[in-house]
Design a protein around this ligand. Structure first.
Ligand code: NAP
Length: 255
């Protein structure tokens, strides 16, 4: 897949899935705009990519004005915008009984409002280029986890917002899709991965028998953003080693 002369914004590019995807887009020839709140990590990622095709912007995706500026700066630097990867997200655990209003708002504002702000600001530019949006939703947006109510609600909204934007903007030539990862080894999940019981429970539930790597998601995102996916829009693609193929019932050992 070639992205030469394409400009791609990747949010949450300082770590994990965003970092791997930004790197993959850059290796495929794209101009890449790296966006993250963590300036130090942003600088580390930027330093490894070609200076003439990379722009790093410290932005909080839950700040609508900052996100508007982010899109304008990307277009100012590279002349156009072709792909917006709305990937920045945060995870906080808890049932609604365990979630206070502040945590609810922060999960909604980063995981959901950020997608709205970015997409709204980018759309006029994407329309000019027949561009596309890829969102990072989650398997947690396709079904419920235990003890992740706010995250489930935010990611579920991203799933249906992806469909709504796809339907609304298809005739303007803008495609909108999402990836729905299962457990991916990133800084977000380090604590869970280091807990033996949690890691083994996930390994047991993932038919392919391994945790995902950020590059597994990056490859799916590049496909959805490429011309090879030119007739695909409104899809929430599980990238999950087969988890969503199972109905969740335990194995039955015949007597
Ligand atoms: P990660 O390792 O924590 O990386 C996310 C990056 O986004 C971090 O650098 C983070 O900075 C940044 N970020 C957080 N809030 C931001 C904001 N308001 N504005 C700009 N940047 C912000 O997470 P990841 O695992 O790569 O997750 C990426 C996306 O995948 C998220 O949307 C997540 O919900 C989704 N996802 C992850 C998994 C998984 O198993 N890892 C599974 C399904 C879906 P800070 O570290 O400073 O917060």
């Amino acid at each position: 897949m070639k992205f030469s002369d394409k400009t791609v914004i990747v949010t949450g590019a300082g770590a994990g899935i965003g970092k791997a995807t930004a790197t993959a887009f850059s290796q495929a020839g794209a101009n890449v705009v790296l966006v993250d709140m963590d300036e130090e990590r942003l600088e580390e990622v930027r330093a490894d990519l070609p200076a003439d095709r990379t722009l790093a912007l410290p932005v909080d995706v839950s700040d609508a004005d900052a996100v508007g500026d982010m899109v304008e700066k990307a277009v100012e630097r590279f002349g156009h915008l072709d792909v917006l990867f709305n990937n920045a997200g945060i995870l906080k655990k808890g049932s609604i009984a365990e979630t206070d209003r502040e945590d609810w708002r922060s999960i909604m504002s980063v995981n959901l409002d950020g997608v709205f702000y970015g997409s709204k600001a980018a759309l006029p530019h994407l329309k000019e280029r027949g561009g596309c949006i890829v969102n990072t939703a989650s398997l947690s947006g396709l079904g419920a986890d235990r003890g992740m109510a706010a995250y489930n609600a935010a990611k579920g909204a991203v799933v249906n917002l992806t469909r709504a934007m796809a339907v609304d903007h298809a005739r303007e030539g803008v495609r909108v899709n999402a990836v729905c990862p299962t457990f991916i080894s990133t800084p977000m999940t380090t604590e869970m991965e280091e807990d033996d019981e949690t890691r083994e429970a996930f390994l047991d539930r993932i038919p392919m028998g391994r945790l995902g790597e950020p590059e597994d998601i990056a490859r799916a995102v590049l496909f959805l953003a490429s011309q090879d996916a030119g007739f695909i829009t409104g899809v929430n693609l599980p990238v999950d080693g087969g988890v969503s193929a199972s109905n969740g019932q335990p194995a039955y050992e015949a007597a």
